[in-house]
Write a protein that binds this ligand. Structure first.
Ligand code: X5A
Ligand code: ZN
Length: 661
């Protein structure tokens, strides 16, 4: 199952024909540089290239009015003067004799993408289109947009494929007010948007873009707006919103299809957004959405006006759609105060609609963000934006030759597409000596010795990026964990995140030196040891509370993992932990976003049934959806939340509110 790429040069054949400072950034080169970068990097070749088509009148009328469509139809025959005149009734948009044609292709591209994903021809895909769509309204063009490509695609998917629940993630830096308008009353379409807002001082300056616009009537709760009230938001701010808001709500909703309004004006260097998130963040945003809807994801280009960061961001997105591991994200130092204020307000506004937010603190009611900036703030912002921002282009990494390796007992059957690490007779004597000295003591156990020495070889190859990820079925899980952690943490720059699923004592000592971070999911309540680097997450009822487990994973484990930024993730499953295969696959899938996909799964020998699902997740297959989630058990919410509150002093990524309390 591949990744579709839709592009047609025809969509570069229109441009601004007069002087308009508001529109001069929307240039044909946006598309050519993006496509050329995909070709140059070899990514385009790895995609299934799909032809565009024109959206039909019927397609366009799914979202727009007949009057508006008829008006746009006349634009190819207008004189320059007529065109300028026509534009003047709308905000920040230009027309050209060929734009109607391109707008039909742009919307049609989104529909082609939906068709091929829904019919199972590809797993996911991206459409590079102009003009963009998310600002255009039923009756109006706006913000460079003529037809609302993604809104049309969502209506089309509802109609043609009877898709019950669609998630639209709008990571463009502008509010897609056209999309909001279209689905405000519709509980079948959940719309997320973050956008530069600055207390309504930023275009399109709508009161409707604030966090308290949650949707109407049956659609109440299905419109999620995150207004950014400052420029300069970073990777940490974006990831915090994903971990503490978008993902929990998305998992609870459980979409059948994910559409992305993929605008890259939210990246560093963009003259519109003035944000500071680096292009590699889009690999993570994409990755985090890829385990929803069984991986059915369609990304459609919206904005993005810096001709350097735009193609880099597009490449990161497409590379991730193809299944390559995401690069380790740079400098995650936690969200800023303004981002936390926004996050807190949105979570409060939505707590009555989503059980995953029920516990969100009801701190001082959020003021609606129309207040003025404090004195002096504007000067600071201006100064910031005067400097040309610089960032390091994420080095182009090839995925490892071996994407996943398996280390199984001699009679074990290696799962498909996995490389089998066979036991070899001749073990490296220096490794054997080390193992005997440190782990095995004097006991001579050939089988364990062979397993452990192969594990160290596997880790070395993962470190060199010759192997991406691995799984091992071992007889003695304790010894294996000790060996792996010791070996992997040895090099000075290495950090190991150990996710330990199962009861009992973690079999090695965790220092406070930060070389290892252990998060243990356990069903045993214990008062004991808990420190910055040893974190027991206690969940009642043998993990049958799936919503509780997912909540702990998204709002605790994931942010901790991102802040810790490990070089290796080790996931340990002791026997009979009782986690269902689907939940286990979600866990592995999400963790694959860390450590450049270097995930090593250790399981007890008798857990054979997990081998297949584990391998599949390590190889990047999307995890099966869990179904819409009910409310988590109150006792689990309470213990997870208590833990988060205790740990937030040590871990900035666990903050969810700006009110330091
Ligand atoms: C699609 C998009 C931006 C319009 C900005 C107008 N439009 N000032 O990014
Ligand atoms: Zn935009």
């Amino acid at each position: 199952m591949g990744t579709a790429l839709i592009y047609d040069e025809e969509m570069t054949n229109y441009k601004l024909l007069w002087v308009d400072p508001a529109c001069k950034i929307e240039v044909p080169e946006r598309l050519t540089v993006s496509y050329e970068a995909l070709v140059k990097s070899g990514l385009a070749d790895r995609c299934v290239s799909l032809p565009v088509r024109e959206a039909t009148d019927a397609d366009i009328l799914l979202v727009h009015s007949e009057e508006y469509l008829e008006a746009v139809k006349k634009t190819p025959y207008m004189t320059l003067e007529d065109l300028m005149d026509f534009c003047s009734q709308y905000g920040d948009v230009y027309f050209h004799p060929n734009i109607y044609h391109c707008a039909k292709l742009a919307a049609g591209s989104a529909l082609q993408l939906v068709d091929s994903v829904m019919m199972g021809k590809v797993r996911n895909g991206m459409a590079l289109v102009r003009p963009p769509g998310h600002h255009s309204m039923r009756n109006a063009a706006s913000g460079f947009c003529v037809f609302n490509n993604v809104a049309i695609a969502a209506q089309y998917a509802k109609q043609k494929y009877a898709v019950e629940r669609i998630l639209i993630v709008d990571w463009d830096i502008h509010h897609g007010q056209g999309v909001q308008d279209c689905f405000e009353d519709d509980p079948r379409v959940l719309y997320f948007s973050w956008h530069r807002y600055e207390h309504q001082k930023f275009w399109p300056n709508l009161r409707d873009s604030d966090f308290d616009r949650v949707g109407n009537e049956k659609g109440a709760g299905f419109n999620v707006n995150v207004p950014w009230n400052k420029v300069g938001m970073k990777n940490s701010d974006y990831l915090s919103v994903f971990c503490h808001l978008f993902l929990p709500v998305a998992y609870e909703f459980c979409p059948d299809l994910v559409l992305v309004c993929a605008g890259f004006d939210s990246a560093i260097g963009d003259p519109e957004g003035e944000m500071c998130a680096t292009p590699d963040i889009f690999a993570h945003l994409t990755h985090l959405l890829m385990n929803l809807a069984g991986g059915k994801l369609c990304a459609v280009l919206e904005g993005g006006y810096n001709l350097t960061s735009l193609p880099q961001s597009v490449c990161q997105t497409v590379q991730t759609l193809l299944g390559d591991p995401a690069p380790r994200p740079a400098n995650l130092d936690g969200p800023c105060l303004s981002a936390l204020e926004s996050l807190h307000c949105v979570r409060s506004a939505h707590k009555k609609y989503w059980s995953c937010l029920k516990h969100a603190a009801d701190l001082p009611t959020c003021e609606v963000s129309t207040k003025r900036n404090k004195v002096g703030e504007e000067e600071i912002n201006e100064e910031q934006s005067k400097q040309e921002p610089v960032w390091r282009e994420c080095p182009k990494t090839l995925p490892p030759d071996i994407s996943a390796a398996a280390l199984l007992p001699d009679d074990g059957i290696c799962p498909e597409r996995c490389y089998s690490l066979k036991s070899s007779e001749d073990l490296d004597p220096s490794i054997v000596n080390k193992l005997k000295e440190h782990i095995l003591k004097d006991t001579e156990d050939c089988e364990t010795l062979s397993t452990l020495s192969r594990l160290t070889v596997l880790i070395d190859k993962m470190e060199k990026n010759e192997i991406g990820s691995g799984l091992a079925l071992v007889k003695d899980i304790s010894k294996a964990v000790i060996c792996v952690v010791q070996h992997a943490a040895a090099a000075p720059m290495n950090r190991v995140l150990v996710v330990y699923v199962g009861d009992g004592v973690v079999p090695f000592h965790t220092n406070e030196d930060g070389k290892t971070l252990v998060v243990q999911f356990t069903t045993q309540k214990s008062e004991e040891i808990q420190s910055k680097y040893l974190i027991p997450v206690c969940l009642q009822k043998d993990y049958s509370d799936i919503p509780g487990f997912i909540q702990a994973t998204l709002s605790l484990l994931l942010p901790l993992g991102y802040e810790y930024d490990p070089s290796l993730v080790v996931v340990v499953q002791t026997s009979g932990c009782g986690l269902s295969h689907n939940v286990w696959q979600q866990l592995i899938g999400l963790l694959r976003g860390l450590a450049q996909g270097h995930t090593l799964v250790l399981m007890q020998e008798d857990q054979n049934a997990y081998v297949g699902p584990t391998a599949s997740s390590l190889l990047g297959d999307p995890a099966p959806p869990l179904g819409p989630l009910e409310a988590p058990l109150p006792e689990n919410v309470e213990s997870t939340e208590k833990l988060r509150l205790r740990l937030k002093a040590d871990w900035n990524f666990l903050l969810t509110t700006g009110n330091v309390k």
